[in-house]
Design a protein around this ligand. Structure first.
Ligand code: PLP
Length: 366
């Protein structure tokens, strides 16, 4: 009864299925550098997303750094601090300056009404996050970007499998980054991808992820190493076959949580977005005037072997590595700071037994 329940559990294909998938690697002895599995997975994702231009990378973080470099962005990038460390770090590590826009409180995504006041003559791009798989207001954001000549790169790490009016989350803006980390809805152990509009970026991204090497005697870019290896691509090929079934299981878990928690005074659940097909990636609850605060519920669950997560807390503009830098002030993004102080994401993965969901909810409610 009291086995630990973690906030997530990595999805795996059958052991035999993975063994069959990697068998060819023993024939080819080709382990990395854009091998057959890499090509197959790239093509499979392009088809899954209904997109033309897809590139695989070692992880989501390096995908973000790669696309910032491939677009040669230099200057200010408007982003939001209600995200994983990676988003803000990628901007800074690429020599750009993050400018923090607040979020809107319903979907936790960038508030488009607050973007234009942040645009200066140094602004080059907007980098919003599809938080918890909730899609940003892509129309509003892209209209602002068009008006001011800015690029739009989405951090879509949470949004694999999400669609808006039938269109994949991969197909908005100039580019979207995905993370295929072990904890994500779709994983390649570690991995990431870019889906992008401009076909001409493909070669540059491929060069950048391979040390900037274009040919045996040509190195036009200061690139790093961000290639996806064949074993990771093979895991992706297997996991993609199971994705629809996993999403259905996730949906059942989310519905069970909603049955217990919907309408309870002081609990704010993630609002479903009209026209959006969810991937049921996370189940955040915001404790807003509830009889217990977030930290009390977190502690109570923990005492009972249930690991929930304060995701995202702290906000990235409050990180100590940025302390004292101009613009890094959580008070400038009050909605993000407030949500971060109250939010808990509850355990959610495809095989989470519904009885465990019942037990988690009883601990929150009793
Ligand atoms: C997971 C995640 C990343 C980083 O992806 P990795 O594949 O772990 O490098 C970036 N942004 C967000 C919002 C994430 O959740």
């Amino acid at each position: 009864m009291n086995d630990m329940i973690n906030v997530t559990r990595s999805s795996l294909p059958d052991y035999e299925e993975f063994c069959r998938e990697i068998a060819d690697i023993w024939d080819s002895h080709w382990l990395t550098n854009m091998g057959a599995k890499h090509q197959q997975l790239e093509a499979a994702l392009a088809e899954y997303w209904g997109a033309e231009n897809v590139a695989l990378l070692t992880n989501g973080h390096l995908a973000l750094e790669n696309i910032i470099q491939a677009m040669e962005l230099r200057g200010e990038i408007i982003t939001s601090p209600y995200t994983f460390a990676s988003t803000t770090h990628a901007i800074v590590r690429c020599g750009c300056t993050p400018v923090f826009c607040d979020i809107e409180p319903e979907n936790f995504t960038m508030d488009p009404a607050k973007i234009e006041a942040l645009i200066t003559d140094r602004t080059v791009a907007i980098l919003p996050i599809h938080v918890y798989g909730n899609l940003c207001d892509t129309e509003a954001i892209e209209a602002i970007a068009k008006k001011h000549g800015l690029k739009v790169i989405y951090d879509g790490a949470h949004s694999f499998g999400v669609k808006k009016n039938g269109v994949s989350s991969a197909c908005f803006g100039d580019a979207t980054m995905f993370s295929f980390h072990a904890t994500k809805v779709f994983n390649t152990i570690e991995g990431g991808a870019l889906c992008f509009r401009d076909k001409a970026l493909k070669q540059r991204i491929n060069d950048l992820k391979n040390f900037g090497i274009h040919g045996p005697e040509s190195v036009p870019f200061v690139g790093g190493n961000a290639k996806m290896n064949e074993f990771c691509a093979a895991m992706g090929l297997c996991n993609l076959r199971h994705l629809d079934a996993w999403l259905q299981q996730r949906k059942a878990v989310v519905e069970r949580y909603r049955q217990h928690l919907e309408g309870v005074p002081g609990l704010k659940l993630n609002r479903e977005q009209p026209g959006v097909e969810s991937n049921y990636a996370y189940f955040p609850v915001v404790f807003d005037g509830y009889k217990y605060d977030r930290d009390q519920v977190f502690a109570r669950l923990n005492e009972n072997g249930i690991v929930a997560r304060k995701y995202f807390y702290p906000v990235t503009n409050a990180f100590e590595c940025y302390a004292g830098l101009p613009g890094f002030d959580p008070a400038l993004t009050p909605v993000a700071s407030d949500v971060a102080a109250r939010v808990l994401t509850l355990p959610l993965y495809p095989e989470l037994p519904l009885e465990d969901v019942d037990r988690i909810c009883r601990l929150i409610l009793d």
